[in-house]
Design a binder for this molecule. Structure first.
Ligand code: SAM
Length: 206
C-alpha cells in the first residue's frame, strides 16, 4: 500500500493532532497484509474511528478506490487535517467531529479501523478532546476501546471486518473474550515490538 503524501501538514499542527508514528504504520501494514482479503469482500463503506492526521484511512482509500471512506475524531483539528490529507491524496473522505461513531445512527460499515488512545493512565486523564485524546487510555489503556467494542455489533455490517491496534498492557486476550461474547472470531494480523511497546493488530469478523 502506498504511504499517503503528508508533507502538506505543518509540523506545528502535531502539537494538536497525533503525528503518524510506528503504530499508525503498523495498522497500515496490517491492512496491506489483508488487502486481497479486503478487496475480495468489495467493501462499500469504510470507517476509521480516531483518524488523527488521516493517513490510515487515506491509505485504505488509495488502495481500495471504489470504497466510500469516512472517519471520526473527538479532536476537531484532527478532522480538519484528515480531510486535507485525503484531499491531497485524491481520496474522497467525510470527516465527522464526534465521539467514536455515535452520530452515525443507522449506518453500518464493511470495514472499521481503530488505533485508539492505548496508554495506561488515570481515568481522569482520559476523555479529552485535545492532543491528550491521542494517547490517554485510562484503566488498562482500554476505556475508549471498550466503549467502541460494545458498538461494533451494531455498526459493523454482518460480513464486515474490524481492525484494532493494541499493546500488551491492554490485555488483548480480554478484548478477544469480549468480542467472542459479541459473536466475533479473531485473528492477530501483525505484531511488532517498538522500543518498549509490543504492538499488535487484531482483526474481528463473524
Ligand atoms: C493514537 S491516535 C491515532 C491517530 C491515527 N489514527 C493514526 O493512527 O495515526 C488516536 C486518535 O483517536 C482519537 N480519539 C480519542 N478518543 C476518541 C473518541 N472517543 N472518539 C473518536 N476519536 C477519538 C484521538 O483524538 C486521536 O486522533
Amino acid at each position: 500500500m502506498e504511504t499517503p503524501y503528508q508533507n502538506h501538514i505543518d509540523k506545528a499542527e502535531f502539537d494538536h493532532v497525533y503525528e503518524p508514528a510506528e503504530d499508525s504504520f503498523l495498522l497500515i501494514d496490517a491492512l496491506e497484509q489483508d488487502l486481497d482479503y479486503l478487496k475480495a469482500k468489495k467493501p462499500t463503506f469504510c470507517l476509521e474511528v480516531g483518524s488523527g492526521s488521516g493517513v490510515v484511512i487515506t491509505a485504505l482509500g488509495m488502495a481500495i478506490p471504489d470504497t466510500v471512506c469516512m472517519c471520526s475524531d473527538v479532536n476537531f483539528k484532527a478532522c480538519a487535517i484528515s480531510k486535507i490529507t485525503a484531499k491531497r491524496n485524491k481520496v474522497p473522505l467525510d470527516a465527522v467531529n464526534m465521539d467514536l461513531c455515535n452520530a452515525f445512527l443507522d449506518e453500518m460499515f464493511d470495514v472499521i479501523i481503530f488505533n485508539p488512545p492505548y496508554v495506561v493512565t488515570e481515568s481522569n486523564e482520559c476523555g479529552g478532546t485535545d492532543i491528550t485524546a491521542s494517547w490517554a487510555g485510562g484503566v488498562k489503556g482500554r476505556e475508549v476501546t471498550d466503549r467502541l467494542l460494545d458498538l461494533i455489533p451494531k455498526k459493523l455490517a454482518p460480513n464486515g471486518t474490524f481492525y484494532l491496534l493494541l499493546i500488551e498492557e491492554n490485555i488483548p486476550q480480554e478484548v478477544i473474550t469480549i468480542m467472542s461474547k459479541h459473536g466475533f472470531q479473531s485473528e492477530t494480523v501483525i505484531k511488532r515490538r517498538n522500543r518498549n511497546e509490543q504492538q499488535l493488530v487484531l482483526k474481528f469478523y463473524k
